[in-house]
Write a protein that binds this ligand. Structure first.
Ligand SMILES: Cc1cc2nc3c(=O)[nH]c(=O)nc-3n(C[C@H](O)[C@H](O)[C@H](O)COP(=O)(O)OP(=O)(O)OC[C@H]3O[C@@H](n4cnc5c(N)ncnc54)[C@H](O)[C@@H]3O)c2cc1C
Length: 114
């Protein structure tokens, strides 16, 4: 016999199930898909390439508590997100430190078109 039935095994359902199980409750979690993780699901294909089935996902948080909580279940690897942007022939890899430059370029872009 279960204490709770949770429908959906994405982040929301999985965290809820883990928290309730942590408190000693017996959980049944179901999903209409044939895998866990909801839209964040990924898998290695036959060539060993990690595929994000429903679109690319990158973990980000500014919460120390969330980071610590998830750290119980996963290892981390350093990652820096870079976006290659091109406006009016001006190309650059944008990082968080170059966002000011992006806003300057964007301003010029807006002035050009409007
Ligand atoms: C393309 C894309 C990129 C994203 N990138 C990021 C990112 O970089 N970083 C980030 O933090 N977030 C990202 N997100 C958002 C992230 O995917 C969601 O915030 C997260 O998956 C939401 O989790 P969830 O549990 O609420 O819902 P879902 O992940 O949608 O999980 C819900 C689950 O419930 C199941 N379900 C629904 N109805 C039923 C039913 N009636 N019966 C049985 N099962 C059911 C579904 O099959 C699904 O598996 C992105 C989303 C998309 C689409």
């Amino acid at each position: 016999m279960y204490d709770f039935l949770i429908v959906g095994c994405g982040f929301a359902g999985a965290v809820l199930a883990e928290r309730l199980a942590h408190d000693g409750k017996k959980i049944l979690i179901v999903d209409k898909r044939d895998h866990i993780a909801g839209n964040a699901f990924d898998f290695y294909n036959e060539d060993g390439i990690l595929i994000h089935k429903y679109g690319p996902h990158i973990f980000h948080t500014n919460s120390e508590d969330v980071f610590k909580y998830l750290g119980q279940f996963t290892d981390w690897r350093p990652y820096e997100h870079r976006v290659l942007g091109s406006i009016q022939g001006y190309s650059e890899i944008f990082t968080s430190s170059s966002l000011k430059k992006f806003s300057e370029v964007y301003e010029q872009f807006i002035q050009f078109y409007y």
